[in-house]
Write a protein that binds this ligand. Sequence first.
Ligand SMILES: [Fe+2]
Ligand SMILES: [Fe+2]
Length: 327
Amino acid sequence: MYGNDYETPDAQRARQLEDTPESFRELLATEGRVEPRDEMPDAYRRTLVRQIAQHAHSEIIGMQPEGNWISRAPSLRRKAILMAKVQDEAGHGLYLYAAAETLGVDRADLLDALHSGRQKYSSIFNYPTLTWADVGAIGWLVDGAAIVNQVPLCRCSYGPYARAMVRVCKEESFHQRQGFEILHTLSHGSPAQKAMAQDAVDRYWFPALMMFGPPDDNSPNSARSMAWGIKRHSNDDLRQRFVDMTVPQAQALDLTLPDPEIRWNEDRGHHDFAEIDFTELFEVIKGNGPCNQQRMEHKVRAHEEGAWVREAAAAFAAKQAAGEGAA
Ligand SMILES: [Fe+2]
Ligand SMILES: [Fe+2]
């Protein structure tokens, strides 16, 4: 919007698409799906590669904070569930790298970009998991925020990304419930267990709210992504949706959200909540979060130590292909 002139959403959308070829605009206007074989503007392709790669990296790095608790989960049942959850996240990363590859990039290059710091992953995974309750808070709040972010991506204009999200979202809702169940058990346990659950929620609440990105007036690429049908709702709308969904769940858990300003606003039909201090988010993005260095070191080491597995798999595939050719 320029000056005080009000620009309607349609006008804003048209302005964002000014330099987009006519055929592509028509495809978007009819809510058609863009498939890998379709011609697409370079900027659309680049935006998707960046977003899908960052999403894939987040799934893979996101295995670390919880993977850290597999050996220390309090029972065999909890271990089995957590192992399955962390394994799901690896699967999400793999679908997403495959979706990115349909845009003509190589997975090895995306991994290089992550390892050298040219591409990012979600800042939420730069926070430590100090107690078992953190595993519950991550499932409930972090996977919960991921669902709110990802459900609209099932309708994203790029087919392979949208289809990957359908499956991912089904698994995420299981993750969210397992987190809720861990916290429910703790908050109905001993006073010490309840305090541990509350402490985890206190530490993860604001970082989870920041997962939706900066406020709309400070989110430079949002309007374009919305015009392209990649993004369906603004950061602030999604954040509001998450708060509205989470407040009654916190009551069911008998835990408090660490924001005294949360209250139902009858006029808006939404919960009000405190203004978020985004300085912390920008610091974590810059690399100054509590675990940035540890996460990257671990990732690079795992990648190097896994080189022989990739080589063996490639050699096996080549042998299979040669065998089939001879038959
Ligand atoms: Fe995931
Ligand atoms: Fe998840």
